[in-house]
Design a protein around this ligand. Structure first.
Ligand code: ADP
Length: 475
């Protein structure tokens, strides 16, 4: 695997959440500002043109209505021209100018026009009723709008010519531009400020969590993750707190196991040594005593071997070093043959074994590991069967498969402990010598059942006993 190249200070800063949030926010603000300017520039002129056209229509309608009413005066026309900032010419039907007002600092288009041009305008108005022309100049200052209308009362009685430049727009644009500039600057300052604040807000809880994680990594199990700030970091902190608790639990278990194993290894070893010395020094010549002492040595060696085997088995299973060698076999036969080995316990110690398993039930599984599951569960039932000394082994066909269950009449397991007992190294009672076992039996069972894909579980009630079950698939 290739290692990431270490990042330099600047590159690391550029990859931080803080910087990323900040830069995206900054891009967002700048885009909005740019968009604002583009919209302003693109729409202002067309909006202005629309307004001017509406003004021209209003003025034209007013004048025509005044003519119809016979109340049009030169003064009124003059006022209109000035208040609307328009040049006006009113001609009679022969093209003779009756009124003419030029409000432009330079000459208006219609006032600068030749007689021929004016005649052409009249002709165009005659053709269409109203003749309009825009974009007559190259920029806002020289741009002009022309409007010529033939006034009719039955036939044409005269012509109205209106001409207006786009000049006032120039000053308006300048004013709005200055205002927009102020808004832009304010937005940039505010936006950058907010983005810095926001990036801080987002990165702070993450940094806090990172710091705590580093402490946890250094072995401080008391660290509490604090993700206060927003939901996601709170969830992350909760998850990490859970993980940290689990790590602590496993750590404690591992320590317990080491203590258990060391204790369990030391005790038989001390016994083996003590009895060996006893045989050498005292009982070597006394065959009865010697045999008794040798018996103890053999028993203790078996205990040692069992412990070491369990540890090895579990390690192998957990590492996946050992696969399954699947075979088809009749499990009822297998269970019966296992049970026959317990007759000695029944005869010697008064245990009662009840077996109820249907004949000829074929399954495909690893037979050796299947045996190990049954042995471990029955051994536990024997070890924890209490005064009742009754153990039931049953197999019941169900829809999803056959449920094999081992039930004892022992003290049961409390609700709090139930979820823990399949954990590695877990033992309800701290290592007591009279209880045979390593705390690994159920972990081995669990591992094997998981490998087979079998469902499994435990039902237990304090005072009544426990049932360990798993469901095999036939076929
Ligand atoms: P051990 O070697 O200690 O039996 P196991 O992994 O087999 O280890 O079992 C873990 C713990 O679960 C036991 O220490 C015991 O407290 C509990 N346990 C297992 N089987 C039973 C049972 N049949 N009845 C009551 N408690 C049980």
């Amino acid at each position: 695997m290739q290692e990431d190249k270490p990042r330099t200070g600047l590159r690391r800063a550029m990859h931080s959440v803080r910087f990323t949030v900040w830069i995206y926010f900054a891009i967002f603000i700048v885009s909005i500002v740019i968009l604002m300017w583009i919209t302003f520039i693109a729409t202002l002129e067309s909006n202005y043109r629309k307004r001017r056209n509406e003004d021209i229509d209003t003025v034209s309608e007013y004048i025509v209505s005044q003519i119809s009413a016979g109340s049009l005066t030169g003064k009124r026309l003059y006022d209109l021209a000035y208040s609307y900032d328009m040049c006006l010419i009113l001609q009679d039907r022969y093209g003779l100018t009756l009124y003419s007002y030029d409000v432009s600092p330079e000459h208006c288009l219609i006032h600068g026009a030749s007689a021929a041009e004016l005649a052409e305008y009249r002709r165009l108005a005659d053709e269409n009723g109203i003749y309009r022309k825009e974009n007559l100049g190259t920029d806002l200052i020289t741009d002009n709008m022309l409007y010529v209308r033939s006034i009719k009362q039955g036939s044409t009685i005269g012509y109205l010519m209106i001409n207006t430049s786009m000049e006032p727009l120039e000053s308006t644009v300048g004013m709005i531009r200055a205002q927009l500039m102020q808004i832009t600057i304010a937005m940039l300052i505010l936006g950058f400020g907010i983005s810095i604040f926001l990036s801080q807000l987002i990165s702070t809880p993450i940094q806090r969590i990172t710091l705590s994680a580093r402490k946890l990594g250094q072995g401080d199990h008391n660290v509490v993750f604090n993700g206060k700030g927003y939901n996601e970091t709170e969830q992350l902190a909760q998850t990490l707190n859970f993980a940290s608790e689990e790590i602590t639990k496993i750590d404690t278990m591992r320590r317990d196991l080491m203590a258990n194993i060391s204790h369990d290894l030391r005790t038989p070893l001390t016994m083996v040594k003590a009895y060996a010395e006893m045989i050498r020094d005292l009982s070597g010549d006394d065959p009865v005593k010697r045999d008794e002492h040798l018996g103890i040595i053999i028993e203790e060696s078996d205990r040692l071997a069992a412990l070491v085997n369990d540890i090895l088995d579990l390690t192998k299973l957990e590492n996946g070093a050992e696969g399954l060698s699947l075979e088809e076999f009749d499990f009822s036969e297998r269970i019966r043959s296992i049970m026959s080995r317990y007759t000695i316990l029944a005869e010697r110690d008064g245990y009662h074994f009840y077996v109820s398993v249907p004949e000829h039930t074929i399954i495909k599984a690893d037979p050796i590991k299947f045996d190990q599951v049954i042995y471990n569960l029955i051994n536990n039932a024997v070890n924890y069967s209490g005064e009742g000394k009754e153990i039931y082994v049953t197999a019941v066909k169900q829809e999803q498969g056959t449920e094999i269950a081992i039930t004892d009449t022992g003290p049961g397991i409390s609700k709090e402990l139930l979820p823990l007992i399949f954990d590695r190294y877990y033992r309800a009672e701290k290592s007591k010598r009279e209880v045979i076992g390593t705390g690994l039996g159920l972990s081995i069972v669990k591992q094997i059942l998981i490998m087979h894909g079998y469902e499994f579980g435990v039902r237990s009630e304090e005072g009544t006993g426990s049932t360990f079950w798993f469901r095999v698939k036939e076929g």
